[in-house]
Ligand binder design. Structure first.
Ligand SMILES: [Zn+2]
Length: 195
């Protein structure tokens, strides 16, 4: 029994940084980070049925990136370009026509948002995207930055709460409030009646 698609052709599903280094066992593991995969896969099914655009972002750092503790940054070394840790979770469903964007590639500058330096806002406008649905990792860092940028770029922005997890739950709760106060719609269900 197929559920009625919730997404529409002018929507985009944006999956932020669902990479091995951010999952349990990874270099910068988000607690329960792997729990986002099933939730996102359900949204991908919906996006494919409704012909919405699917985008996956990757944190993609050169070695000796400015965000690493070795250079005085806040984070342990993570998502180094071409390493297994930078790969997407193997169970994440990524359609063949999905758009992949990479960020944080400048050695001296960090980028949390999937819109930062990727041309994604222009791509969305070219494709006629009006609403952006965001999930992935981490709720209080790159998902937060991505949602706030999507709002600034003028998109109706929905946060898939079930499809995100925070590095720090108290920061995550604060980020949810901030995103909502900034105009994001918080989606608390998976959007699919069949599951
Ligand atoms: Zn990073």
């Amino acid at each position: 029994m197929a559920a009625t698609p919730k997404l529409r052709p002018e929507d985009a599903l944006l999956m932020v940084d669902v990479q091995r280094d951010f999952l349990p066992g990874g270099a910068l593991a988000v607690p329960d980070g792997d729990r986002v995969v099933d939730a996102l896969n359900a949204w991908v099914d919906d996006a494919v049925r409704s012909k919405a655009l699917v985008v996956a972002s990757q944190d993609w750092h050169p070695k000796d990136h400015v965000s690493f503790t070795g250079r005085g940054g806040p984070w342990p070394e993570h998502c180094v370009q071409g390493t297994p840790g930078a790969g997407l979770h193997p169970a994440l469903s990524v359609p063949l026509d999905a758009v992949l964007v990479r960020k944080g590639m400048d050695v001296d500058r960090d980028a949390y948002s999937a819109f930062d330096g990727t041309g994604l806002a222009a791509l969305f406008k070219d494709r006629g995207v009006r609403r952006v649905f965001v999930g992935g990792l981490a709720q209080d860092v790159c998902v937060r930055a991505t949602v706030l940028d999507a709002l600034r770029a003028g998109f109706e922005t929905h946060l898939l709460v079930e499809a995100t997890r925070a590095v720090d739950p108290s920061q995550g709760a604060r980020a949810l409030e901030e995103m909502q106060a900034s105009g994001a719609v918080l989606e608390n269900d998976r959007g699919l009646g069949a599951r």
